[in-house]
Design a protein around this ligand. Structure first.
Ligand SMILES: Cc1cc2nc3c(=O)[nH]c(=O)nc-3n(C[C@H](O)[C@H](O)[C@H](O)COP(=O)(O)O)c2cc1C
Length: 307
């Protein structure tokens, strides 16, 4: 997406990922999931803390997408992908999956959300194709599913694959609706995707999202309970009680927290301590910190998290 993004397309990426994954596996029982994606119409943009989604001030590279629909008036108009482009990008996804496997990742996620390349095929807002890759939902899903099948073929059978989708374009009936997202999930389920990571939005500048606590969880809830497919909920979930309520109410099978972990990488360990869970494994060098936090938590002290 940006010149600062981590990648899965060069030998040095593989070596760097392997070092990280090996370290995590050596020091903790945590599992690592690699998300692979292609930036499509939102590529060649500035770092997130510069001007988000804005083109680079110099050195831009050319873009490809489902159709010649630019992200905004100031972004490049992408080239609609030809069959040869699709084959090339599919091969790149496969090479990335193989790299993730060699680096030791436990799970793979295919990024089909947020307006990037595969998402640009799924949403009708950015897919105006008239061939078998545009029009009906079946056609719009064709290329993302081709990529999934190609990746699944090289990813070890014993390791799961998730697919992240935008379950709502937030533009009403002109875009993907939560109802259509159920159909998308059904297609993923039929294709053999293990779990659907249910995000939303970031597919169009026209979007009018309705934010709030756990605001995307209803889409996960709906997909899980209408299709029986396993789901992940994400989006403004920030208290342990949110997480446990989502799980216990059967609204998702896994819960993802992004920004809370940027603010506090130990968020999950702190939540476990606050809830009185003495089993969660902390990395050995941090054990004394865990002991103290657990003792304090029993007295209702020391953990700032509300549970
Ligand atoms: C700095 C940053 C980087 C992100 N990068 C990705 C990404 O690479 N892929 C993705 O699917 N979502 C990405 N997201 C979105 C998060 O995965 C998540 O969906 C979003 O932040 C909402 O969840 P939260 O409220 O727990 O932060 C990113 C978010 C942030 C803040």
């Amino acid at each position: 997406i940006t010149p600062g993004c981590p990648g899965f397309y060069a030998p040095e990426h593989e070596a760097a990922w392997k070092r990280i994954v090996d370290f995590v596996h050596a020091e903790t029982p945590a599992k690592m999931c690699a998300q692979i994606g292609h930036s499509g119409p939102k590529g060649s943009t500035q770092l997130g803390w510069e001007e988000m989604d804005a083109p680079l001030t110099s050195g831009n590279w050319s873009l490809m997408a489902a159709s010649d629909v630019a992200w905004s008036e100031s972004n490049q108009v992408p080239k609609p992908m030809t069959r040869a482009d699709m084959d090339q990008v599919t091969a790149q996804f496969v090479a990335s999956a193989e790299m993730a496997e060699r680096a030791g990742f436990d799970m793979l996620e295919l990024h089909c959300a947020h307006g990037y390349l595969l998402s640009s095929f799924i949403t009708p807002l950015t897919n105006t194709r008239t061939d078998e890759y545009g029009g009906s939902l079946e056609n719009r899903m064709r290329y993302p599913l081709e990529v999934f099948h190609a990746v699944r073929a090289v990813w070890p059978d014993a390791k799961p694959i998730s697919v992240r989708i935008s379950a709502n374009d937030w533009v009403g009936d002109d875009g993907v609706t939560p109802e259509e997202a159920v159909e998308i999930a059904r297609m993923l389920q039929d294709a053999g995707v293990d779990i659907c990571d249910v995000s939303a939005g970031q597919t169009s500048k026209r979007a009018e999202p309705v934010y709030g606590r756990m605001f995307q969880t209803p889409f996960s809830d709906r997909i899980r309970n209408e299709t029986g497919m396993a789901t992940m909920a994400v989006g403004n979930i920030y208290e342990p009680d949110h997480v446990n309520s989502i799980l216990m109410a059967g609204r998702a099978d896994l819960v993802c927290l992004a920004r809370p972990h940027l603010a506090n990488p130990y968020w999950t360990l702190h939540a476990a301590a606050a809830l009185g869970d003495a089993e969660t494994k902390w990395p050995n060098p941090y054990g004394p910190g865990a002991d103290q936090m657990r003792r304090l938590a029993e007295r209702g002290e020391g953990v700032s998290m509300r549970v």
